[in-house]
Ligand binder design. Structure first.
Ligand code: CO
Length: 204
C-alpha cells in the first residue's frame, strides 16, 4: 500500500476510535478552541508537541520552524503570536528547543545555504556571543546541545521585548514565557527559564 493511502486509513481508524469513546467528540471540537498555551517548537519530526506533552486536540496553539527561532520580522510567527495572545488569551508561551537539533548543528558547522543559512544566522550570533563559555566544553555534541539551550533562552528574551507581549503585560494580562528543552534520548522535557512581569527565574 502507498504510504499516503496508509495515512488516510490511519486517519479514518483514529476518527472512528474517537467517536467510539465519545460520540460528540468532533461535534464539540468543531465548536471552538480554548488552548491554554502557545508552543513555539522545532519542525523536527521527533518533537511532536501534542504527543510528548500527553495533550489532546484543542489544547495547544502551535508554531513550529527550524530550530524554534523567534524572528521579529517573521510574519508567520508574528500573526500566530498576536492571535494567541490577543484573541485566544493564552496564559503561557513555551519556546521548546531540543537536544540533537539539526538546525543548531548546522549553525555550529557554519552552514551558509541559501534560505537555511539566513534562517539560522541568529544561532551563529548566539555562538559568537558565548564563544568563551562554549570553548570550555570538550565534545562538539555537548557544545551544540549547550548552544541549543542558550538559543532557547535568547528566544524567550526576544519574545519578552516584543510589542504584543509588552502590551499584554502592560494591561495586566496573565502571560508567562517559558524556555524548555526536550531530550530526545530520554523523552523528558526540562525547564530552562521563565519570564513574567512578577517573576524572573534564571535556571540556566
Ligand atoms: Co531542531
Amino acid at each position: 500500500m502507498d504510504l499516503l493511502d496508509q495515512v488516510f486509513l490511519s486517519n479514518r481508524s483514529w476518527a472512528q476510535g474517537m467517536v467510539k469513546n465519545n460520540k460528540d467528540y468532533f461535534k464539540n471540537l468543531s465548536l471552538t478552541q480554548v488552548p491554554k498555551y502557545l508552543w513555539i517548537g522545532c519542525s523536527d519530526s521527533r518533537v511532536p508537541e501534542t504527543e510528548i506533552t500527553g495533550s489532546k486536540a484543542g489544547e495547544i496553539f502551535v508554531h513550529r520552524n527550524i530550530a524554534n527561532l523567534v524572528h521579529d520580522d517573521d510574519p508567520s510567527l508574528l500573526s500566530v503570536l498576536k492571535y494567541a495572545v490577543d484573541y485566544l488569551k493564552v496564559e503561557h508561551i513555551v519556546v521548546c528547543g531540543h537536544l540533537n537539533c539539526g538546525g543548531v548543528k548546522a549553525a555550529f558547522d557554519g552552514l551558509e545555504d541559501e534560505h537555511l543559512g539566513d534562517w539560522i544566522a541568529d544561532i551563529k550570533s548566539s555562538y559568537m556571543s558565548n564563544k568563551d563559555d562554549l570553548s570550555e566544553i570538550v565534545s562538539n555534541t555537548d557544545k551544540i546541545n549547550r548552544l541549543a539551550e542558550l538559543s532557547v533562552v535568547k528566544q524567550v528574551e526576544k519574545l519578552s521585548s516584543m510589542k504584543v507581549v509588552k502590551d499584554a503585560w502592560g494591561r495586566g494580562q496573565h502571560l508567562h514565557i517559558h524556555g524548555w528543552m526536550f531530550d530526545i534520548s530520554t523523552g523528558e522535557l526540562n525547564s530552562l527559564k521563565e519570564l513574567s512581569p512578577e517573576k524572573r527565574v534564571w535556571a540556566i
